[in-house]
Design a protein around this ligand. Structure first.
Ligand code: AHM
Ligand code: MG
Length: 332
């Protein structure tokens, strides 16, 4: 019996309480974890509860909203507003920021994509939630329009064969927690996650359908991945959470670069780029913009100029990001 039941479960709550003395941060992470359980339940029951398909609305970036997008968004907003520790919320699904009523306000500003990978919902392919946390300064949206270097906590939750939460505090380690459905708790399953030091598996991950739009250095780098002595495998889920989670665990490179069609890339800076960059970097990887607005910089240092602005993303280890940098050098 004792082999089947853990009498000393290393839960998420325990980890958070042991690793921060900030009670509001503990409440925030518990609130986020509860939202993720609700979303995981809705995603898991999407077929039987007839949650596939469109909700009939269009979101902040002009995409058709799915029923599960709307539900996940409502689950997160309701939980965060009532947590008592939030001030300003930004969601991919809401054009405008959400201001928590004064009597419920706390010190955190949270940006999130409640259900990333929406195009994958209706065929049961992995989707996820991404979030970044900033501290309140003036209680306005400016609190979120700051450098990624001010992000104090970031993470994602993947809804797949298992529901897994990965997050990091600024300057800390990257930790992974799987939802144990038998106890309804996230359990600490991956301690101090590290990007494979040798670069890991030779995998390149991108939407190669955009090839014609790419700049020559990106085209050359992808050709090099495919034509190297040990050719890379192509893996692309089309859900950023799944693609980044695989890249973190197995290695390789994930790119959604700026190109002629999308000069700023496709992914959103505040709730996709910056949080994933913090995780990848704190796990020992590289999170670069590639050549963007005349220079190559870190995604984690970008300052969004609006809440839904976009940024290019090149994430991986030195072995593979180095191939892209070399191609930039060759083209001057
Ligand atoms: P979404 O937030 O509307 O779901 O879009 C973001 C998603 C990412 O998860 C994924 O990496 C990317 O868009 C896929 O884009 P594409 O279909 O152009 O390959
Ligand atoms: Mg989304």
């Amino acid at each position: 019996m004792s082999e089947k039941f853990d009498v000393d479960a290393p839960t998420l709550s325990r980890y958070v309480m042991q690793n921060t003395k900030d009670h509001e941060l503990t409440i925030l992470l518990n609130t986020l974890a509860t939202s993720f359980k609700l979303i995981a339940s809705a995603v898991g029951r999407a077929g039987v509860a007839q949650l596939y398909g469109l909700a009939g609305e269009v979101n902040s970036t002009g995409d058709d909203q799915k029923k599960l997008d709307v539900m996940s968004n409502d689950m997160m907003i309701n939980a965060l507003v009532h947590s008592g520790v939030c001030c300003v919320l930004v969601s991919e699904e809401n054009e405008e920021p959400i201001f928590v009523p004064p009597e419920k306000q706390g010190k955190f500003c949270v940006a999130f994509d409640p259900l990333d990978g929406s195009s994958n919902i209706d065929c049961n392919v992995s989707v996820g939630t991404i979030f970044s946390v900033f501290e309140k300064k003036e209680g306005t949206v400016n609190d979120l329009l700051r450098s990624g270097a001010d992000c104090i906590c970031a993470g994602y939750c993947t809804y797949s064969s298992a529901t897994e939460l990965v997050f990091t505090f600024k300057g800390g380690t990257v930790e992974g927690f799987c939802l144990d459905p038998t106890i309804g708790e996230f359990v600490h399953t991956r301690v101090d996650m590290k990007f494979p030091s040798d670069g890991g598996k030779r995998i390149y991950s991108c939407n190669e359908g955009n090839f014609v739009h790419w700049d020559q250095p990106i085209k050359d780098a992808v050709e090099e991945f495919k034509n190297s002595a040990k050719p890379y495998s192509a893996r692309y889920v089309g859900s950023m959470v799944a693609d980044i989670h695989r890249t973190l665990l197995y290695g390789g490179i994930y790119i959604y670069p700026a190109d002629k069609k999308s000069p700023k890339g496709k992914l959103r800076c505040l709730y996709e780029g910056i949080p994933m960059a913090l995780i990848i970097e704190q796990a020992g990887g590289i999170a670069s913009t590639g050549l963007f607005e005349g220079k190559i910089g870190r995604v984690a240092e970008l300052t969004p100029d609006s809440i839904h602005c976009k940024c290019p993303i090149i994430m991986g280890g030195p072995r593979d990001v180095g191939i892209i940098y070399n191609c930039y050098k060759k083209h001057g």
